[in-house]
Design a protein around this ligand. Structure first.
Ligand SMILES: [Cu+2]
Length: 191
């Protein structure tokens, strides 16, 4: 649970410095997606897990790049009033000093790396960091990292992202390979 506490602290800090006047958004929503306009104005998704080869929720496909002990914790929150989505990822136990690609995908993780489907997109089309949620990270000397993203749109409550996929390489930002990040090394199912 240390990861989750760290993640919440990071989010609180990010909200604190980004907002002027407005209090930080509540980020206590846990577990699966929840949309309660009166109870909680925000739409949030969170997940965390230890990656293992034969798991179902947090799966390691490549034990070299996602070794035993690799874990991740993710929080994605759409702020209804602000009309934007903030995402934060914390990882531990990956290879030190390496950049991995990471994105939200449309389908849950499965036994095969491709089961998680394509990238989640706001509008069908461009594979860009603005239209998708990219959370590439570079690990420190201990294999830990954190990453965050801000997107100026809301998650669609009837079409939510279902997984976080961690790839072997940094996400390419230029065509023609824009959005590609090499093989899928690990996958975390959301909700
Ligand atoms: Cu991806």
């Amino acid at each position: 649970m240390r990861l989750r506490a760290l993640l919440l602290a990071l989010l609180a800090a990010a909200a604190g410095c980004a907002q002027t006047g407005a209090p930080p958004a509540p980020s206590g929503t846990a577990g699966t997606a929840s949309a309660g306009p009166s109870a909680n104005p925000n739409l949030a998704l969170s997940a965390s897990g230890d990656f293992a080869p034969d798991a179902t929720q947090a799966i390691a496909y490549d034990r070299k790049l996602a070794p035993e002990g690799a874990r991740a914790s993710l929080l994605v929150e759409s702020e209804m009033e602000a009309g934007r989505t903030r995402s934060s990822l914390v990882v531990e136990g990956f290879l030190p000093g390496r950049t991995y690609g990471a994105h939200l995908h449309t389908q849950p993780c499965g036994a095969k790396p491709d089961d998680s489907g394509p990238h989640y997109q706001n509008k069908p089309g461009k594979a860009t960091a603005k239209n998708e949620i990219w959370l590439d990270f570079t690990t420190d000397g201990t294999g830990s990292a954190n990453a965050s993203a801000r997107n100026p749109w809301l998650l669609a409550s009837d079409r939510m992202p279902r997984s976080l996929v961690i790839h072997a390489d940094r996400t390419k930002v230029k065509k023609p390979a824009r959005g590609e990040a090499g093989p899928r090394v690990a996958c975390l199912t959301l909700g």
